[in-house]
Design a binder for this molecule. Structure first.
Ligand SMILES: [Zn+2]
Length: 255
């Protein structure tokens, strides 16, 4: 298998490409467009080391979990705000997410995954993509899909590298190592239960992700103070521009 450095370097380079492509495609206002693209680069880079969370021990698990634990709470700040949480509650929630990933998720991976099991698979890549979709909130669906796609690409870059590394050139012919075909797969022949579990989680995530925009719509009613002020400002602007109102005396705002 390709080592940690190869994985992170390749997924970062690909991530830069994803970010640049996003900059050309997205039509959100600045500076949020640049930030979204940089974030997508980071997500792609990070996703490139995700599959090796199943390595049991050592650097990939340690490094990946530390980075994830630090980054995921930051990605969720916007979501927490939409849920109407104040700064203190967000800090607390962020700390809880950190602890959950740093200790809980790592322990789960150590116990319940085997290297090159179903965590190195296409359904796992799709599950991570959906998880990313749920973690990065925000009203703009296009941006959310873009960031999630960056995760999918990063994850797939890892799987492709693993497959490339399982082919050796022996001077006269290619030799396929035993690991060939164990990264890009839909099914794990050695363990039926891991297949059921992986596809079960995938189906559950599909349902949650499909329902999420509706849920966000709901949370949108509990808007942040900033959004309420923004809406008041746009309403006031619209009233000022409206020709009917223009003939009437200027409304006064008491805030
Ligand atoms: Zn791998």
């Amino acid at each position: 298998m390709a080592d940690f450095n190869t994985h992170i370097a390749t997924s970062t380079v690909v991530g830069v490409g994803v970010g640049l492509a996003g900059y050309a495609i997205l039509d959100t206002p600045e500076p949020s467009r640049v930030i979204s693209c940089m974030l997508a680069t980071g997500l792609c880079s990070l996703a490139g080391i995700l599959p090796d969370l199943d390595s049991g021990s050592g650097r990939p698990l340690r490094e990946t979990s530390s980075i994830l634990a630090a980054v995921v709470p930051m990605l969720m700040v916007d979501r927490f705000q939409h849920m109407g949480m104040n700064a203190e509650a967000i800090a607390l929630a962020g700390a809880l997410v950190y602890i959950t990933i740093r200790f809980g998720v790592v322990e789960i991976f150590k116990r319940y995954t085997v290297h090159r099991g179903m965590w190195h698979s296409i359904p796992a890549a799709i599950s991570c993509t959906l998880l990313a979709f749920l973690v990065v909130s925000g009203e703009n669906l296009e941006v959310r899909i873009f960031k999630s796609a960056a995760v999918f690409i990063g994850f797939m870059v890892h799987l492709i590298l693993d497959e490339i590394w399982s082919v050796e050139w022996k001077g006269t012919h290619f030799h396929f190592k035993k690991s060939f075909g164990t990264a890009i797969k839909f099914w794990y022949a050695k363990n039926l239960w891991s297949n059921i579990s992986t596809y079960g989680k995938l189906i559950a995530l599909i349902f949650i992700a499909v329902g999420d925009p509706v849920m966000m719509e709901h949370y949108h009613f509990h808007r942040s103070q900033h959004e309420i002020q923004q809406q008041l400002a746009t309403e006031a602007e619209a009233e000022l521009q409206s020709p009917q109102i223009a003939t009437e005396p200027m409304p006064t705002f008491n805030r």
